[in-house]
Structure formats: C-alpha cells, structure tokens
Design a protein around this ligand. Structure first.
Ligand code: C2E
Ligand code: MG
Ligand code: MG
Ligand code: MG
Length: 288
C-alpha cells in the first residue's frame, strides 16, 4: 500500500479488519437463506450420570454447513444471528427440529430422554417466544416434560419480564437450565426466586480442576446449586480426574468429550441402541 492510501485512511491494519467485516457480511447474508436451504443440522451430545456414564439426556447443538464457506462454528455465527435478529427464526427452527427428532425417537421405541435446547436471550425476550414454544410442542406432539431450555445468566438484566416468561414455561411443564453458569452476572438473590431446575457449570471451571482439585469456585457453585435444590450439570468434562473431583464435590451429571462429542442424529441413535449406556427408569427419575 502506498502513502497515498495511508493518507486516505487505508493501512494494512484496516485492510485486515475489512476482511473480517467481509466474512461477517457474507455470513450475515448466507444466514438469511440457511434455514430454507436446509444447511442447518442438529448434533446431539449425551448428558450422562457421572460415575456410571449412563445417558440420561441430550443437548441439541446447531451445526451449519455452507456450500462455499464450509462448516461454520456456532461460536462465530450465533453472535451474528443475534446482532441481526435472525436468531429468532433460526432458534425456532432449532426448537422444532429438536422436538420433532426427540418425539420421532420415542415413537420408534428408543428410551425416552429429555432434550436440552439452547435459547438466546433475544429469542427468549421476543414477544412471541411463549406462543412459539407452545405451537412447536403441539405440532410435534412432544410431551413437555422431555424439553429443557438452556438460557444464560444475561436474562437477569430484565428480571421482572424474565420471571414472568420462566413461570409460564414452568407451568407448561418445561425444565429450565442456566447455561455457562458462573461466567455471567447472576444476582444470587434473584436466582433463588426464579423457577430454575438446573445449573450448568461452565467448562472454564471444570478446566480449573486440573490445576487445583479443590478449586473453591467449583465447590461454591455446586454447594449453591445443591442448597437451592437444583440439579448440577458440569460442562466440558475431558478427563477422568475432572469427573472424579466433580463427584466428590457432589455434582452428579455431566457432559464432555470424556463421554462423547456432539454427534449426528444417526450416531446418537447408535448410542441409544447400546443397553449398557442407557440409564434405567429410576436413575433417570432421580437425575431427571
Ligand atoms: P454451550 O451451549 O455451552 O455448548 C457447549 C459447547 O461446548 C458446545 O460447543 C460443545 O460442542 C462444546 N463441548 C462439549 N463438551 C466439550 C468438551 O469436553 N471439550 C470441549 N473443548 N468442548 C466441549 P458448540 O457446539 O460449538 O457450541 C458453542 C455454543 O454455541 C454453545 O455453547 C451455545 O452457546 C451456542 N449454540 C450452539 N447451538 C445453539 C443453538 O441452537 N441456539 C443458540 N442460541 N445457541 C447455540
Ligand atoms: Mg448449552
Ligand atoms: Mg454451556
Ligand atoms: Mg459453555
């Protein structure tokens, strides 16, 4: 680049920034047609009982394959979809697909397992959210007790409104889980007043257990959840040691590569065909 360009405000730095911008704009544009073009697919990661490793549920995780850009991580496209508001339509697709698939598996005779669906705050606060959830359940025929919604602590920013929505969901028989717990700004006083079933301990805390098995934050989160009568699910467990320490601290459920990565629906079906991997009714009941 010449000096002249420099004068006009161009520099290598700006050029690189604009590459980033171009990718973002490309993604933003491509997202508009992604649902209609069937570019989305849901992967499923098992939720297991720590120790026995028996499967008691699954989390639906969105995957996007673009014909030119290839696989794009939700970590990259979800924030774009949130910025543009496209997350509302995408989230609706995710919810319906997860419920449809779960109901189909149950109808096919697979053991009934609950499905957790990630819901972005924008989607949650969208005026039509409750109606959408109700319609999707009606349309797919999934029993509400098999649906769990994962929301983040950011809902605490508008407590009154959030509480109203959460209570309605609870009345419908849907479970609520706080995802990435410990990374946001939960008001502990408020947490106790909301109908929350599960706290998901963020992976960053689970990682800490390798450095210090007695990590006080992990212990504090688990104790908090247990005292509030919530179920604790640890995210991102990768080692036997992490699992062992979590069990010692009182956490009973987890997800992570130690057990399984998120897999295609076909592969999840294969997992459900292995009787040894499935929890019996009692175990499911206690762990929900
Ligand atoms: P999340 O809901 O906290 O999901 C956990 C993420 O950790 C997933 O990444 C999962 O693949 C990954 N993970 C699970 N176990 C391990 C492990 O042992 N080690 C490591 N390194 N990673 C593990 P993924 O699928 O890339 O999703 C990232 C985030 O994108 C999710 O975090 C969630 O916030 C968001 N997301 C994914 N699908 C959806 C969706 O349908 N709707 C919305 N609103 N957000 C979604
Ligand atoms: Mg999640
Ligand atoms: Mg999470
Ligand atoms: Mg996380």
């Amino acid at each position: 680049l010449s000096k002249e360009n420099g004068k006009n405000g161009y520099s290598f730095f700006n050029v690189e920034l604009s590459q980033e911008k171009i990718r973002k704009m490309t993604i933003e544009n491509a997202l508009k047609k992604a649902v209609q073009k069937n570019q989305f697919i849901l992967y499923y990661q098992p939720k297991v009982v720590l120790g026995t490793r028996k499967i008691i549920g699954m989390e639906a995780l969105l995957r996007w394959q673009h014909p030119e850009l290839g696989w794009i991580s939700p970590v990259e496209f979800i924030p774009v979809a949130e910025e543009t508001g496209q997350i509302v339509a995408i989230g609706e697709w995710v919810l319906e697909e997860a419920c449809r698939q779960n109901k189909q598996w149950q109808d096919a005779g697979y053991p009934p397992l609950s499905v957790s669906v990630n819901v972005s705050v924008l989607q949650f606060k969208h005026g039509k959210f409750l109606d959408t959830v109700e319609q999707v359940l009606k349309k797919t025929g999934l029993d509400t007790r098999y649906l769990e919604l994962e929301i983040t602590e950011s809902i605490m920013q508008n407590i009154k409104e959030s509480k109203r929505i959460l209570i309605s969901l609870q009345q419908m028989g849907i479970k609520i889980s706080i995802d990435d717990f410990g990374t946001g700004y939960s008001s502990l006083n408020v947490l106790q007043k909301l109908p929350i079933d599960t706290l998901k301990i963020d992976k960053s805390f689970v990682d800490e257990l390798d450095i210090d098995a007695m990590n006080p934050m992990v212990k504090a989160i688990i104790d908090l959840g247990l005292n509030l009568d919530m179920i604790l699910v640890a995210e991102g467990i990768e080692s036997e040691n992490q699992m062992k320490v979590l069990i010692e601290h009182g956490c009973t459920i987890g997800q992570g590569y130690l057990f399984s990565k998120p897999v295609t629906p076909e592969d999840f079906e294969e997992l459900m065909k292995i009787p040894e991997l499935m929890a019996d009714k009692i175990e499911q009941g206690t762990a929900r």
